[in-house]
Design a protein around this ligand. Sequence first.
Ligand SMILES: Nc1ncnc2c1ncn2[C@@H]1O[C@H](COP(=O)(O)OP(=O)(O)OP(=O)(O)O)[C@@H](O)[C@H]1O
Length: 314
Amino acid sequence: MTIAIETRGLTRRHRGTPALDDVNLQIRQNTITGLLGRNGAGKTTFMSLVTAQDRPTSGDVRVFGERPFERAETLEQMCFIRDNQRYPDDYRAKHALRAARMFYPNWDQALADELLDAFRIPQKVVIKKFSRGQFSSLGIVIGLASRAPVTFFDEPYLGLDATARTRFYDVLLRDYAEYPRTIVLSTHLIDEMDRLLEHVIVLDNGKVVQDAAIDDLRGTAHQVSGKTDAVAEYTANARVLSRHRIGGLATAVVEGRLTAEDRERAHDLAVECSSVSLQELVAAYGFDAADAEHRPDDLAAPTASTPASAPNGA
Ligand SMILES: Nc1ncnc2c1ncn2[C@@H]1O[C@H](COP(=O)(O)OP(=O)(O)OP(=O)(O)O)[C@@H](O)[C@H]1O
């Protein structure tokens, strides 16, 4: 197993406030990893640090064993597609592609041409006049045609219509199958993109709260809903990731697989247990107990049933 990206104690602070806090991760070569988490969790910061677009306050980043900063051989192996990419005012799509072709050693012009057509990217309009979706599409074309051994897509779908998003997912899977490489995607469209992902990293407040193969992650938690008292009793000894209450009814996401014993207890307490989607699970990891305390309709989160070690103190 080759490690493509490794970070140790990776920390980035802005005026003392951590955007990324002591992150220790290993991302395997030739996998598609979803980098997930709430707004401000640290996803873009992580990608910027690994691609040497920003420098850590402390800690270490290695890409294929090398420190990327000011190391051309490592930098040309990485492609980082983000929504605030800037181009010169007079640049059209062909100029952006020409620059990318010169930079990325594995560039595939035939794939770039195919995708320009497929995403209907205008040829005669300067990039600065592109619509939001056209701008995202150009990033997708460059990210895929670069065939960079390590490719980062930071929320690549902004402004894309449903047809274009589906096309992106299909082309990504097709090209990855033919040319395996290490791809890291940040996304909030988790249920839509989970079929692409083999591994998931969840960040919250700059820290890693989950790092697992997607198949291991599925079923690591379940949801219980019913009358508030009954849900409280069901969760009395459980590690609760999130809780919500509407009127006299409550829902909680509980860590742990749903066992036959759980089903029996649920039946006795007249509560309903169900599986959670990846999106619901990630939302539960980002659940903010402190916020919930201020909302009268939510159960006060930190209770005896919620061990202090739970993510976010939830
Ligand atoms: N240049 C900066 N100066 C001050 N704070 C910053 C700076 N860049 C990032 N931050 C802060 O660092 C934290 C992490 O930001 P980051 O952009 O990495 O989050 P994210 O997970 O990518 O969020 P989103 O899903 O909204 O894109 C945020 O609280 C953000 O406000």
